[in-house]
Design a protein around this ligand. Sequence first.
Ligand code: MG
Ligand code: MG
Length: 235
Amino acid sequence: MRKAGALLRQVFNEFEKHIAPGITTAELDKKAEKLIRDAGARPAFLGYNGFPATLCTSINEQVVHGIPNRRALKEGDIVSVDCGLVLGGFFADTAKTYPVGRISAEAEALLKATEESLYVGIEEMKVGNRLGDLSAAIQDHIEARGFAIVRDYTGHGIGRAMHEAPQVPNYGTRGDGRRMEVGLVLAIEPMVNVGTWKTRTLDDDWTVVTADGSLSAHFEHTIAVTADGPLILTA
Ligand code: MG
Ligand code: MG
């Protein structure tokens, strides 16, 4: 899982250099697919329940599961890029929301709070803590900043499959849920909206958008619980 995670980070480090006004999400997708295949791995999203691409690319009010297409990014957009791969039978999954050129102060604040909340959640991945501790920490961080945490989608266990038990909600109550033990690997992925937490799905049956059209951001890492604390495999 370390190898899968490290490779996925390398893939992001390469394709993210190209994120700028004018590039299309389909072009980013092709670059990511080539990087993954050239390294001897396989894109995990391509073909997953019929998903047609290597990346999920979700722009502005799109929350998750956007399909790469001929839409060009433009100055001021934010684009969430989510990608999974499988290497040697093990999965890795990570996501990041990027600014395209100069973005609004509101968008900056959203990206900052969402990324921070991911790390706040990761800090809770300690032996003996419960899943609810992690969920509550993320929710508290986001709501204290006036944003809303999406409830319709969650993080997940990950290993020999992309989505394993347990579900990892980004909202909850301290003390609830299972205890964490050494070897547990989770994909934590807060999705955060400026307005309502509610979402709806577009007619393509994939793209999830905020119900009120407000901006949304998404950050994700694959993390293992070790005796020494959390180990971010996709860092
Ligand atoms: Mg993901
Ligand atoms: Mg995930």
